[in-house]
Design a protein around this ligand. Structure first.
Ligand code: HBI
Ligand code: FE
Length: 287
């Protein structure tokens, strides 16, 4: 009996069979005991941290999809549940895919999830999304009907966006909502962005640090604000509800792109007169 291939060999083998839409088989049987142990460690760490910090709909999604600590979930099993809830399904990919491929999947309610998990050395930070970021961070909210509609609308918007400017504006919208968004709830500010939800240190920083600005979400403001990919955010944008987010994007973006093309972009940490500021950061972390 040959030893089970390590996950990197399995991924390389799977990546060899990348289909035209960049999807691969998840290769669930190929995960090593260490891969499952890393999932468990990351899951347990966030499961302790998130109650009281994450939006309730996230925990409801996690529960509904029975994404649990026991090990890396099998996408086929998740898809049976997710498909019934909102018609979304996960498709396995070997990593970041070109923008237009990404948009095409989202526009058809397919979420591209990386099929390899980080190594122990990358436990606290890795530059590109891995399986834990995608499946634990992004997938539970796809079981929420309004957020599921938003993600498909985002994909459709992406397919219509021709030219570099529009793609850049959409990337910022994705970054400050889907990846690093905060939301108001009757109990107070909560996290919903996958980049925060899947990060131990940022789950704390985003809500509790005095350093970042917290600004009420405004579509054009978000689209004109640059972001950092390698450190905590200097500003977080706060939506009132998922419906507020969905409604703000249910409009023709073309006139918005024209206005944005004529305006300057903003650095991540600035505050504008026109901002509805929930909390002004002291910038102590980034100084
Ligand atoms: N590909 N697999 C994957 N996952 C992403 O989150 C992703 C991507 N390609 C492009 C991308 N994100 C961003 O540029 C989006 O703003 C389009
Ligand atoms: Fe992501």
């Amino acid at each position: 009996m040959l030893p089970a291939p390590s996950s990197s060999e399995a991924v390389i083998a799977a990546a060899a069979n990348v289909r035209a839409d960049y999807t691969v088989d998840q290769g669930w049987e190929g995960y090593s005991a260490e891969d499952h142990a890393i999932w468990r460690e990351l899951f347990d760490r966030q499961a302790k941290l998130l109650p009281g910090r994450v939006v309730p709909e996230f925990l409801e999604g996690l529960e509904f999809l029975s994404v649990a600590a026991d090990g890396i979930p099998d996408f086929n099993r998740l898809n049976e549940l997710l498909g019934k809830a909102t018609g979304w399904r996960i498709v396995a990919v070997p990593g970041l895919v070109p923008d237009e491929v990404f948009f095409e999947h989202l526009a058809n309610r397919r979420f591209p999830a990386t099929n390899w998990i980080r190594s122990r050395a990358q436990l606290d930070y890795l530059e590109e999304p891995d399986l834990f970021h995608d499946v634990f961070g992004h997938v539970p909210l796809l079981a929420n009907p309004v957020f599921a509609d938003y993600m498909q609308a985002y994909g459709k918007g992406g397919l219509r966006a021709s030219g570099k400017g529009a793609l850049q504006y959409l990337a910022r919208l994705y970054w400050y909502s889907v990846e690093f968004g905060l939301i108001q709830t009757p109990e107070g500010l909560r996290i919903y962005g996958a980049g925060i939800v899947s990060s131990k240190s940022e789950s704390i920083f985003a809500l509790e640090s005095s350093s970042p600005n917290r600004i009420l979400f405004d579509l054009e403001r978000v689209m004109s604000t640059r972001y950092r990919i390698d450190d905590f955010q200097e500003s977080y944008f706060v939506i009132k509800s998922f419906k507020h987010l969905f409604d703000s994007t249910a409009q023709d973006f073309a006139p918005i792109y024209q206005r944005l093309d004529a305006r300057a972009d903003y650095d991540p940490g600035v505050l504008l007169e026109s901002d509805d500021v929930l909390s002004r950061g002291d910038g102590s972390y980034h100084r």
